[in-house]
Design a protein around this ligand. Structure first.
Ligand code: SF4
Length: 210
């Protein structure tokens, strides 16, 4: 019964959060900006190279009040928030994004696009994965397409997604961190031949901030 009550409040009063912190956005279009990160718990996409596998399972003590998130954000000199995961859109994001906007803070979503879109977003980073097919709606609403490249063949796969996104969507290729040294030369050659693409380098890992 208690579990049922918590389930009814998810997305309205509480969310499962693995971690929240103030740092620097290391990836994609907004790389280098100070941002408040909210990493939701739970993901069923199953990327073999996932660097946050500890986000896959949801523990009951991870459910925290949205009020708590908002109060922390209110105390920071921050105008930009990144909601990432895990996969944030497992949960309805309407309340969280409304509450963040009430503070005058912009909302940035990082999603694999595998769950229905909810919430109001100033920026959507759509990062499709081979491990679970995304929903078509994300090609229309993506502000940014970010494809993680772990082997040369992924570049062709990335191009297939680029052919489907809206005309304003910014394109990024990001080397998978554990094979970055090996794959980067292929990415550099590809971007030189296809200059509509940009390279995203996970700046936070070079800066040694989380
Ligand atoms: S979608 Fe993100 S969190 Fe989920 S398995 Fe893939 S890399 Fe990890």
């Amino acid at each position: 019964m208690k579990q049922q009550k918590t389930a009814n409040k998810v997305g309205i009063e509480v969310l499962p959060v693995m971690e929240k912190f103030y740092s620097i956005q290391g990836e994609g279009f907004h790389q280098g900006k100070a941002a408040y990160f909210i990493r939701t718990a739970g993901c069923d996409v199953g990327c073999s190279w996932c660097d946050v596998k500890e986000s896959w399972e949801v523990e009951k003590e991870q459910f925290i009040k949205i009020d708590e998130i908002i109060e922390e954000l209110r105390s920071l000199p921050c105008s930009f928030s990144v909601i990432t995961g895990g996969e944030p859109l497992i949960y309805n994001m309407d309340v969280l994004t409304d509450r963040i906007h009430d503070l005058g803070v912009k909302t940035h979503l990082e999603t694999s696009g595998t769950y229905p879109l909810s919430g109001k977003w100033d920026w959507i980073c759509f990062s499709p994965k081979r491990f679970k097919k995304p929903l078509d709606i994300y090609y229309e609403f993506a502000s940014e397409l970010k494809v993680v490249i772990s082997r040369p063949n992924d570049l062709r796969w990335a191009q297939k997604h680029a052919e489907q996104v809206n005309e304003n969507c910014v394109l990024f290729l990001q080397p998978e961190w554990s094979v970055s040294d090996q794959i980067l030369p292929d990415i550099i050659d590809f971007v030189k031949e296809n200059p509509e693409w940009n390279i995203s380098l996970q700046l936070h890992k070079y800066l040694d901030v989380r």
